[in-house]
Design a protein. Sequence first.
Length: 264
Amino acid sequence: MSRSSPVPPLGLGTMGLSGDPGRETVTTALELGYRHLDTAQIYENEAVVGDGLRAALDRGIVERDEVLVATKVWVDDLHPDRFRDSVETSREKLGVDTIDLLYLHRPRGPYRPETTLPLFDAVRDDGLVDHVGVSNFTTDQLVVARRHLDAPIVAHQTEYHPLFRRPALLADAREHDYTVVAYSPLAGGRVFDLDPVVAVADERGVSPAAVSIAWLRAKGLAVVPKASSRDHLRANLAAADLTLDEEAVARLDAIETEEELFPE
């Protein structure tokens, strides 16, 4: 979608990862070829993600500049007197000198575009952050954000799957050259019960999960599915390279049911 995006097309969604198994999942994902780690302050696992990354670095699996590490500032820390400390804390937990991509997680609570967004510019200017993104914005909120943010928005993370489509956001991304990153790409497992998804999967000899991820990739979105087992990690990675023809994409586009899993 973006002509020059720093965001790899497939990332590891880490919500729910914890402890030693979570660290091992992160390291395994990097070993298999993932180069995009997605976490958030509210997940309370930035240190787990950082430890998994450090293990991969120490074992020579990856170089630091090969991996995009993304986290999100939760609404409680959008207060001007808490924001910078929260970013510093995230950076320390992740064990990185610079956070590659820092999202504003949700535009609510103390969020005020004219005062909140310059805080993101400041941490970018000071080298704590490389790129800035937003999450769970509407198109109208994106218009306002661009007025108050000097840094380019390189990514917008939003719920997106066959049961919840937001084509206006894709059009905005094409116009303004940023990447839309889909979370919950499997609709919380509901894609396994959607007849059009299952039919395409059966025809292609792949899983419904692979079809959903491939459908999102066909639309130009980056995808951050959650997985913990080596087999699921490998399958999601392969799904990002699966190509669906226009007819298969249209069949998923025609699904009439709509279900938003994470409304405001």
